[in-house]
Design a protein around this ligand. Structure first.
Ligand code: NAI
Ligand code: A1CAB
Length: 277
């Protein structure tokens, strides 16, 4: 698995912040040898990536070994710096190089401009549960991508959880709005549930413990009950005329959580479209 790289045709990560580090952890776990991984980031500290080689961490592209052509370059910098960061990678892009970007909103066309049309561009939207191998990524490229490059892109992201191929690039902003940003919605749900518990008289620490483990437990149950839809698991909590039904009457009304989520996801998708540049 992931045996695409070598010392002379390595995997190059550009930007090792929250998302870049999460993915790199997955690649090292999936067996990419530390010798085959280079990281470019002015801030990154190799200590934050156990199992990596400190001498493969460089502050800028100019410090990478000369003449090296990467097999894959993963751009995990902010969308706003992509136009500056991509052209700096030009010396490391050869005919076989796959250039992946995980930046929200950054299009394949924008990437091709940044690389000067060299290499093959792939647009990816991962999420931070990648850090523990529980991520999900949407992956897309222009229709002409080779089978081997498509497999490499999917395997890279599979190493951080699951990966799904998205046929139409114009759906990537919706992918971003659902699964890229989605973990934040769930963490906010924990915050809101705990705050609501405090309003109903619980001590803060107790409310947080209850809310936190409820989301963790519900997630694990969803994972364990592979044959059951989320809606069925919800029904199994909901006794007719009981407490859950009373709460769901509030959450499921016309202006309830469904509508709120629709507005939130639409706002995230719109912001993704605005970030294209
Ligand atoms: N954080 C998340 O949950 C997700 C983030 N993304 C995308 O990942 C990208 C990175 O986001 P985060 O990791 O959250 O940001 P971050 O701020 O944690 O990391 C960005 C990293 O890029 C480095 N950097 C800045 N300029 C650079 C340059 N010229 N060359 C190399 N490295 C440079 C910074 O030092 C920093 O470590 C963004 O484009 C974002 O849209 C995608 C999916 C989820
Ligand atoms: O908030 C953002 O723009 C990035 C993309 C998806 C998650 N974080």
């Amino acid at each position: 698995m992931l045996q695409y790289f070598s010392e002379t045709a390595p995997l190059l990560l550009v930007g090792c912040g929250h998302m870049g580090r999460a993915m790199a952890q997955g690649w090292l776990r999936a067996g990419v040898p530390a010798d085959h991984l280079y990281v470019v980031d002015p801030q990154a500290d190799p200590v934050s990536l156990p199992g990596s080689r400190a001498d493969h961490f460089v502050a800028s592209a100019g410090m990478l070994p000369r003449g090296m052509k990467a097999r894959a370059i993963v751009m995990a910098v902010k969308p706003q710096v992509m136009n500056d960061a991509l052209p700096l990678m030009a010396p490391f892009i050869g005919d076989d190089t796959l250039v992946l970007s995980v930046a929200a909103g950054v299009t394949l066309e924008q990437m091709a401009r940044g690389t000067g049309g060299e290499g093959t561009c792939v647009r990816v939207m991962p999420n931070t549960p990648a850090a523990i191998g529980e991520g999900i990524s949407g992956v897309t490229a222009a229709p002409g991508i080779s089978e081997v490059d498509r497999a490499l892109a999917l395997e890279l992201m599979d190493a951080t959880g699951e990966a799904v191929w998205i046929e139409h690039e114009d759906q990537m902003d919706a992918v971003t709005a659902v699964s890229g940003s989605g973990p934040a919605y769930v963490f906010y749900m924990v915050e809101c549930l705990a705050a609501a518990g405090v309003r109903q008289g619980l001590p803060e620490a107790t409310a947080m413990a209850l809310a936190r483990q409820t989301i963790i437990g519900a997630g694990h149950l969803l994972d364990a009950e592979t044959d059951l839809e989320a809606a069925e698991l919800r029904r199994r909590v909901t006794s007719p005329g009981g407490t859950t039904a009373a709460a769901l009457d509030v959450l499921m009304r016309d202006d309830g959580l469904g509508q709120l989520m629709e507005r939130a996801v639409a706002a995230a998708r719109k912001r993704g479209q605005e970030l294209a540049g």
